[in-house]
Design a binder for this molecule. Structure first.
Ligand code: SAH
Length: 342
């Protein structure tokens, strides 16, 4: 589809390439799990979703149990995190309504089977406008289309994707000067430098922040990414748990980019939101008590103890998911600070 589109109308932006490729990819089937292309934290252990459930419950309780209060998830995958999270919440008699923002038809079917009371949304605009929202996005922002700008010998240009006669996709620099779109402090970067930005992430954040200010609640973002803006391409493709070439077979692998937590946090600062983090996923989970929960689970099922501790280490150790994955919370100023951020 992309090949035809580019052949017919010329080179397209990295964002358009990523959007079309990921739409096709996520709609074709379920890419998650050991037998799929990649594995996410909720698929590693039930403890991950449980810890998020405890964090949200604690926030809800300290905020004097607002009612209505909705559990919202962006890109919920198989619905595994929601299942674990809602089970943990129910132990405290917290049973919020459930709203999933999901575009994939294949994954929606799985989510509906796992979370019967889920209501589905194509876009965030249709989320309920009455009551507080506890919004969670695990590995959602990294799948959103990014734009890339490249420094050429005549200034900054948008990075575009073209197609060669032999059918191979390759990068070309756009014709228009776009220096004004690149932050001042990096405008003098050396030739071939790449600057990435994710306008869709900013749009989504803006809309959600307005809602949180008006309705109350929190947005919890968990993803891999960087806390300080930098230069360089982070666009990557994953197929069968291995890195693949992002410019071969688009639509057949997961295309992602590292999340720029600094960009998101700056936007939240400008809107005067309460910002917690970003901090490493490992430190956050440990501060919420993941080790105690793992020990408790291991004591009740001794035959699984080793697996439980291995999964826990995978989620928290700095050389595994503990540091590359970060957690950031953005909440309404009149809401209490969420736990876990030290
Ligand atoms: N949160 C899940 C799945 C992560 S994969 C987990 O941690 O296991 C990314 C998820 O985001 C998938 O469910 C995918 O279908 C969804 N997604 C990707 N782009 C989206 C978009 N623009 N709008 C809504 N959902 C999207």
């Amino acid at each position: 589809m992309l090949a035809k589109q580019i052949a017919a109308s010329g080179p397209i932006s990295v964002a358009e390439y990523m959007r079309v490729a990921n739409d096709a990819y996520y709609n074709a089937s379920d890419p998650l799990g050991a037998e799929g292309d990649f594995i996410t934290a909720p698929e590693i252990s039930q403890i991950f979703g449980e810890m998020i459930g405890l964090c949200l419950t604690d926030l809800w309780m300290r905020q004097n149990r607002p009612n209505p209060c909705h559990y919202v998830e962006l890109g919920p995958g198989r619905g595994t995190m929601a299942t674990d999270c809602l089970r943990a919440m129910a132990k405290f008699d917290f049973n919020p309504s459930v709203h999933f923002v999901e575009t994939s038809v294949a994954l929606r079917a799985k989510q509906a089977t796992n979370v019967h009371r889920a209501q589905f949304h194509d876009r965030i605009d249709s989320l309920p406008d009455n009551g507080s929202m506890l919004i969670v996005a695990n590995e959602f922002f990294d799948a959103l289309p990014i734009k890339q700008y490249v420094k050429t010998d005549s200034g900054w240009r948008e990075q575009l994707i073209a197609i060669a006669q032999d059918g191979h996709f390759h990068k070309v620099a756009g014709i228009q000067a776009v220096d004004h779109l690149v932050p001042l402090d990096i405008r003098n970067a050396p030739e071939n430098s790449i600057f990435e930005t994710c306008p869709i992430a900013s749009d989504i954040l803006y809309t959600l922040m307005s809602r949180l200010r008006a309705q109350g609640g929190m947005l919890l973002i968990i993803d891999y990414g960087y806390s300080r803006s930098g230069l360089g391409s982070t666009l990557q493709a994953i197929k069968s748990h291995k890195f693949a070439d992002p410019f071969t077979n688009p639509g057949e692998h997961d295309l992602t980019a590292h999340v720029n937590f600094m960009e998101l946090s700056n936007l939240a600062m400008m809107r005067d939101m309460r910002i917690s983090g970003p901090c490493g996923q490992g430190a956050w989970l440990e501060s919420l008590g993941i080790n105690a929960r793992a020990a408790m689970l291991a004591a009740t099922s001794p035959t699984r103890a080793e697996d439980i501790f291995t999964a826990c280490a995978r989620l928290t150790k700095p050389d595994q998911m503990g540091e590359l994955f970060k957690v950031m919370a953005i909440s309404a100023q009149d809401w209490v600070t969420p736990e876990g951020f030290g």
